[in-house]
Design a protein around this ligand. Structure first.
Ligand SMILES: O=C(O)C(=O)C[C@]1(C(=O)O)C=C[C@@H](O)C=C1
Length: 491
């Protein structure tokens, strides 16, 4: 039997999150060191940018292969392979003077990233049956890494320290963690059944609306990733070259973006849990807002507004909306979640190797061109979701009353909140009555409540229903008070 104890689960989870903290560092370590690396390799900034594109190629090449290998040979081996490859990348970049070797190492970093993803996401699913929260925490762990690194680099540059220390730190952390993970117990792996492997698209069965949504969501796999990568790659140099900020101020922009992204994760998580807004609407709002904040970053010359806008760009563009896009996509094909995830992330991988190439080219005309090209992608994302929102309502509304149902969900959410508030107040009255030796029932007060409600009713045909509902509330409120008093007396 393979039953994991709670302590084992916690230990393994911490190690897995630690990997993503280092991965957050790995995501930025090349872009944050473009200047020292270009002088180390004797190349231009544009060439460093091409080298960075290798990460995307590595991810794209490895995603499918490692995904199925992870199912066959086990999660642990794949994760360890990812960690060791990542360490080789961190140390190798420091040792090489040749940008071609660096390019190969960047591809290895991409492969390492795919290995971590292919092993870690399923491990979390297998460890806890229903784990939406776990993948959000992965995003949070990455954001912490992305927050710490720019601050550290800014500080280190100011103190004149060697740029290589953060590379060594990342590699060391991974190797120590690998030793821990190699001795960890992993959850029992769920092998996919042959019969479960339906086709994603059955000819003739897919409506036009669904085909449209598949296209939009796949493209969004690209744009959502591209918007973030482009910003994180160029914002620091933009701060220095275009806005003439100090080193520290410019690196701080990226750290604030990462804090924004953690805040965004919490906001998106709360909004989705409370059913306050439908997923499609949330996507339109978040993409629209992120475009506005990006416009501010790209065209304001005021340092404070750019700094604040960077934070809010992090909230709106990097607060887990890419994951929401993936969730929408997966829920359309519940029998093929794995393949949908692979398709979505493959589009993301294309972003991570094309963005550094075309922004590298643009940067030869000026850093401003490189960063401002993000506006084109953000606008495209926004347009995608305006259409996507419409298609999503069409496709979800097979009954013809889904809009009403989602409004009812919203109302129920607030009715429950208000009832909870009412019960709290009634409990407080109950306690006071007990202390004063009074009985719970107050028929005069109840009559007053019922008649006040009755006077307010406008749709008279429903009068009896309202009476009954409020009587039920009062009955339950009294029961709640009595229970509380009995408990108090026992004590
Ligand atoms: O107002 C009070 O005295 C309460 O205890 C609260 C409350 C209510 O839920 O509104 C509950 C029981 C009483 O019979 C009357 C009203």
């Amino acid at each position: 039997m393979n039953v994991m104890t709670k302590a084992n689960k916690i230990r393994l989870s911490i190690s897995l999150y630690l990997n993503y903290f280092v991965h957050g560092i790995g995501l930025l370590i090349l872009t944050q060191n473009m200047r020292p690396l270009s002088s180390e390799w004797g190349t231009s900034i544009a060439t460093v940018s091409y080298v960075i594109s290798g990460v995307g190629i590595g991810r794209l090449l490895a995603y499918y292969l490692l995904g199925s290998l992870s199912d066959r040979i086990g999660r642990k081996k794949i994760i360890l392979f990812g960690m060791i490859s990542y360490s080789i990348f961190f140390i190798g970049i420091l040792l090489t003077k040749d940008f071609k070797v660096a390019y190969l190492l960047a591809i290895l970093a991409g492969v390492a990233n795919s290995a971590l993803d292919s092993g870690t996401y399923p491990t979390f699913l297998e460890m806890n049956r229903n784990n939406g929260a776990a993948s959000i925490l992965i995003k949070a762990a990455m954001s912490i890494g992305e927050f710490v690194l720019p601050l550290y680099i800014g500080l280190n540059e100011n103190l004149g320290g060697w740029y290589g220390l953060s590379f060594i730190f990342a590699a060391a952390l991974l190797l120590i963690n690998a030793a821990l993970i190699s001795r960890s117990q992993f959850p029992l792996q769920v092998k996919p059944e042959k019969t479960e492997q339906h086709r994603l698209f059955t000819k003739g069965k897919l409506s036009k609306t669904k085909v449209g949504l598949v296209a939009i969501l796949s493209l969004y796999g690209y744009t959502s990733m591209a918007v973030m990568i482009l910003f994180t790659q160029w914002i620091t140099l933009y701060g220095i070259d275009v806005l003439h900020m100090s080193n520290m101020q410019a690196h701080f922009l990226l750290s604030l973006y990462s804090v924004g992204s953690i805040v965004g994760v919490l906001i998106v998580f709360t909004i989705l849990k409370s059913a306050l807004v439908k997923e499609g609407t949330l996507m339109v709002i978040m993409n629209g807002l992120s475009l506005l904040f990006l416009l501010t970053v790209c065209f304001s010359s005021n340092h404070l507004s750019v700094t604040v806008a960077s934070f809010f760009f992090g909230v709106t563009a990097a607060g887990g909306i890419m994951q929401v896009g993936l969730t929408i996509f997966s829920s359309m094909f519940p029998h093929a979640k794995g393949r949908v995830t692979a398709i979505f992330f493959s589009f993301g991988s294309i972003a991570s190797f094309t963005v550094p190439i075309f922004t590298g080219l643009l940067s030869t005309s000026g850093t401003a061109y490189a960063l401002r090209s993000d506006l084109v992608i953000a606008s495209f994302s926004f347009v995608l979701w305006i259409i996507g929102h419409r298609l999503l309502s069409l496709s979800n509304d097979q009954t013809g009353y889904e809009t009403e149902r989602s409004q009812i969900n919203f109302i129920d959410y607030w009715i429950l909140k208000l009832l909870q508030w009412r019960f709290k107040l009634a409990k407080s009255i109950g306690m006071k009555k007990m202390n004063q030796g009074q009985q719970v029932l107050d028929p005069f007060r109840e009559k007053e409540i019922i008649s006040r409600i009755d006077q307010r009713v406008k749709d008279h045909e429903n009068r009896d229903h309202y009476q009954e509902i409020f009587q039920t509330i009062l009955t339950n409120s009294k029961q709640c008070q009595t229970n509380l008093q009995e408990k108090g007396r026992v004590k």
